[in-house]
Design a protein around this ligand. Structure first.
Ligand SMILES: *Cc1c(COP(=O)(O)O)cnc(C)c1O
Length: 370
């Protein structure tokens, strides 16, 4: 791609020499996968860094969602958000379960607790919320509903790597939390992911499930999947973990520059930042109100592209608008007015550590110069 094109994201890459040293060690050990040295090291390092006790590495961020539902033996209906990446709903489908879409709160973009309660039926057994853009859900309200109705809560925390509230990780909310380490995410292992749980027995079961259900050399206890992270990507992940604090600090500066510059532009809105949340600045969504801004979201998106600035309409379309899900009763636009409006108005601006001041000014120029 030409140098002057500003992409929406760019992967955090480990220093080649550091990665190469670990590769040489892997070559010496001749152990490439199946809970090897670097797999164990990365699980330990991530548990410590994220402030969680039990974490299992996976080969991507979709299989931990599928495995979490399987591990908890979820049945019937699962309440979830249409305003997310398709993998959230796909994981429900892959377990033969019925997704039930519920609208989001306009202040956060996350599942609206009150609407969750309205959608519960005798078949509901779980809630799968998403901390969209790393913006924390109303964890307490969701837990209260789950406790009252006896529901499991599995968070798709793919965007919430190291997000904290009141100084504490949010990755221990509910029953389980999943992460994605895809190349486009704040922290990446090329492809990768993880499943976080609360106790050693559950982790043991998760580790069986990600290895075909093997509980020993000759024992298979469940129809598990193969979702083991290999040694090469585990080593890559260890190198990247050393860079992540600086990368997030750089993202924060860029996000603040966007926020200040766009604060008083009629027709452009952003999510408020909460004082008690430590964000990871994984995305910078803006919402374009056509009537007030005088230009539609799509027109602005095309204008940005014409100036070599690649925004992303993320999340558009809604998951519930894809042909595979739009026949569900809960997928109707009238059931999801807020999420539908957000999907029509959103653009995520370019955000990654290497963006220069000039890049940021160029991005802002596409919006501010009329
Ligand atoms: C990226 C993402 C996933 C899936 O992760 P992969 O690692 O790409 O499989 C799941 N949910 C959300 C919200 C995501 O953004």
């Amino acid at each position: 791609m030409a140098n002057n094109v500003i992409t929406v994201t760019s992967p955090l890459l480990p220093p080649l020499d550091e990665f190469e040293n670990l590769l040489k060690d892997i070559w010496d050990r001749k152990w490439l996968t199946n809970n090897g040295h670097y797999h164990q090291e990365l699980e330990k390092a991530l548990a410590e860094y994220l402030g969680v006790e039990y974490i299992s590495l996976f080969t991507n961020g979709t299989l931990p969602l599928i495995t979490a539902l399987q591990a908890m033996r979820i049945t019937g209906e699962v309440i979830t958000t249409p305003y997310s990446f398709v993998a959230t709903t796909h994981s429900i489908w892959w377990n033969g379960l019925s997704p039930v879409f519920v609208d989001v709160d306009p202040e956060t973009g996350n599942l609206d607790p009150q609407r969750i309660e309205e959608a519960i039926t005798p078949k509901t057994t779980a809630i799968m919320p998403v901390h969209v853009y790393g913006n924390p859900c109303d964890i307490e309200a969701i837990q209260e509903i789950a406790d009252r109705y006896g529901l499991a809560v599995i968070y798709d925390a793919a965007h919430a790597f190291n997000v904290k509230m009141n100084g504490r990780t949010i990755l221990d909310a509910g029953d389980m939390n999943t992460l994605s380490f895809h190349a486009t995410k704040t922290y990446n292992t090329v492809e990768g992911g993880a499943l976080i749980c609360h106790d050693a027995r559950t982790k043991k079961r998760i580790d069986y499930l990600k290895n075909f259900g093997f509980a020993g050399e000759t024992t298979v206890v469940a129809p598990g999947i193969n979702s083991k992270m290999d040694e090469i990507r585990s080593a890559y992940g260890l190198c990247n973990l050393r860079l992540i604090d600086n990368a997030i600090a750089a993202r924060k500066k860029i996000a603040q520059k966007y926020r200040t510059a766009l604060a008083n532009i009629p027709g452009i809105t952003m999510f408020k930042e909460r004082d008690n949340v430590t964000y990871n600045y994984s995305y910078f969504p803006i919402f374009v109100n056509e009537a007030e801004f005088g230009m539609s979201r799509d027109a602005l998106y095309e204008k940005m592209r014409s100036q070599d600035v690649l925004g992303r309409r993320y999340f558009y379309p809604l998951i519930s608008d894809f042909a595979i899900y739009r026949g569900l009763p809960s997928a109707s636009k009238s059931n999801l007015p807020i999420a539908s409006r957000m999907a029509q108005e959103v653009i995520c601006l370019p955000l990654y550590a290497e963006l220069t001041d000039a890049d940021v000014d160029k991005v802002l120029g596409t919006i501010l110069i009329r």
